[in-house]
Ligand binder design. Structure first.
Ligand SMILES: Cc1cc2nc3c(=O)[nH]c(=O)nc-3n(C[C@H](O)[C@H](O)[C@H](O)COP(=O)(O)O)c2cc1C
Length: 341
C-alpha cells in the first residue's frame, strides 16, 4: 500500500539529544522523511526548530509528540528515587538532587506549536489521539500517525482515523510507544508484529524496530510494511549532535548490552546497559515522567563531562548491525537500496 506519497525511508522521531534541525533536515533533504522528536521541547522551541528545518530544506518532515500519560504524583516514591541519584550527583560534583519544579511540557501547547509549524506529518506515541483530534488535524491538511506495539492498539488508532500506524517492535530503541496495559506487556518483535498489523488493518503500516540496513528494509517490505522508520542507525550519522560519551558508548556496545529499563524515566525504554540501568534493576520507581524529570540534571551533567555511566543511552537491538560512518543522506541511500519500488 502506498503511503501518503512520501518516500519509504523515514527517520524515527528521537526526543532528546537527537532532536536537531540539522539532522531532521539532512534526512529529508537526503531523500527520506526526517522527524523531529518534540516530546521534551517547550512549545516555543518546537516553532524555532521547525523554522530552522524549513530554512535548510523544503522537503516534507514530521513532528512527533507523546500523548499525555495518566500518572499520579508520588512524592515519597520520588524522594526514594532522588536518594538513589544522590551518590551519583556526588560523583559528578553536582548539588544534591531535588524534586523538579515541573515534570513535563504542556501537551496542548506543544500540539498548538506543532500545528503552527506546519509539518507534513504529525505522529503520536504512547497514546491514541482520538477521533476528534485526528479529524481536526486531518482537516487542516496534516497526515496523522499513531504508534502501536500490539494489534489492539493498531485497531484503536485506525478507528480514530489515523492515516497510518507505526508498528514498533521489541527491538526498537527508546521508549515503548504503546498505550494498552503496561509498556512491558507487549514485547512483540518487529518480525511478528508487522505482518499481524498488516493483516488486521486497512491502512498502511510503517515498520519500526531493528531495521538498520538494506537487509532490514527489504525484510520489512516483505512483511507488508508500506515504509520503514529507523532510529538508532541515524544516531551515528555526521549530522546527529550526539554527545561524545553517548557516541562512544554506542560504538563500543555489543549485541548483549541492549536492555529494556525503567531506570531513567519510570517507563520501559531500550538502550545500552550502564551503571544506572544495572544498579536500579528491579527497584520500584515512581511513574513516568517523574523520574525522567528528576534524572535530567544528572543525565545532562554526565553528557557534558563525558561520563556514559549516567546517560540514558537509548538505542535498539540492531545497533551493532550498522555503525558505518557517513552522512544522513548516505544512510538514507544505503537503506533505500533495500526497498523495491
Ligand atoms: C534515542 C531515541 C529516542 C527516541 N525518541 C522517540 C520519540 O521521541 N518519539 C517516538 O515516537 N519514538 C522515539 N523513539 C523510538 C523510535 O520512534 C523508533 O521506534 C525506534 O528508534 C525504531 O527502532 P530502532 O531504534 O531499532 O531503529 C526513540 C528512539 C531512540 C533510539
Amino acid at each position: 500500500m502506498r503511503l501518503l506519497d512520501l518516500p519509504p525511508i523515514w527517520m524515527a522521531p528521537m526526543a532528546g539529544e537527537a532532536a536537531s534541525a540539522a539532522l531532521v533536515a539532512a534526512v529529508s533533504a537526503g531523500g527520506g522523511v526526517g522527524q523531529l522528536g518534540a516530546a521534551y521541547l517547550a512549545p516555543a522551541r518546537i516553532g524555532e526548530i521547525a523554522a530552522d528545518i524549513r530554512a535548510r530544506t523544503d522537503r516534507p518532515f514530521g513532528i512527533n509528540l507523546f500523548c499525555p500519560q495518566p500518572w499520579l504524583r508520588d512524592d515519597d516514591a520520588l524522594d526514594d528515587y532522588l536518594a538513589r541519584l544522590a551518590p551519583w550527583h556526588g560523583e559528578l560534583g553536582l548539588p544534591a538532587p531535588v524534586r523538579p519544579e515541573r515534570f513535563e511540557e504542556d501537551f496542548e501547547a506543544q500540539l498548538a506549536a506543532t500545528v503552527a509549524a506546519r509539518p507534513a506529518v504529525i505522529s503520536f506515541a504512547m497514546g491514541d489521539p482520538g477521533v476528534a483530534r485526528v479529524a481536526a488535524l486531518k482537516a487542516q491538511g496534516f497526515s496523522v500517525l499513531g504508534t502501536a506495539t500490539q494489534v489492539a492498539e493498531g485497531l484503536l488508532l485506525q478507528a480514530s482515523g489515523v492515516d497510518a500506524v507505526i508498528a514498533q517492535g521489541f527491538e526498537a530503541g527508546g521508549h515503548r510507544g504503546g498505550f494498552l496495559g503496561s509498556p512491558e506487556g507487549a514485547l512483540i518483535g518487529t518480525m511478528a508484529l508487522v505482518p499481524q498489523l498488516v493483516d488486521a488493518l486497512d491502512i498502511p503500516v510503517i515498520a519500526a524496530g531493528g531495521i538498520a540496513d538494506a537487509r532490514g528494509v527489504a525484510a520489512a517490505q516483505a512483511l507488508g510494511a508500506s515504509a520503514v522508520t529507523v532510529g538508532t542507525a541515524f544516531l551515528l550519522v555526521d549530522e546527529c549532535p550526539l554527545s561524545p560519551a553517548y557516541r562512544a558508548a554506542l560504538l563500543a556496545a555489543r549485541d548483549a548490552d541492549s536492555t529494556l529499563t525503567r531506570a531513567f524515566s519510570g517507563r520501559a525504554a531500550r538502550g545500552v546497559a550502564n551503571r544506572v540501568t544495572r544498579e536500579l534493576d528491579g527497584v520500584a520507581l515512581p511513574a513516568f515522567p517523574q523520574p525522567n524529570a528528576a534524572s535530567r540534571p544528572l543525565r545532562q551533567a554526565a553528557a557534558k563531562v563525558g561520563n556514559a555511566d549516567f546517560i540514558s543511552l537509548w538505542a535498539g537491538q540492531a545497533l551493532p548491525v550498522n555503525r558505518t560512518p557517513g552522512t544522513a543522506a548516505d544512510l538514507v541511500a544505503a537503506l533505500a537500496r533495500g526497498w523495491r519500488t
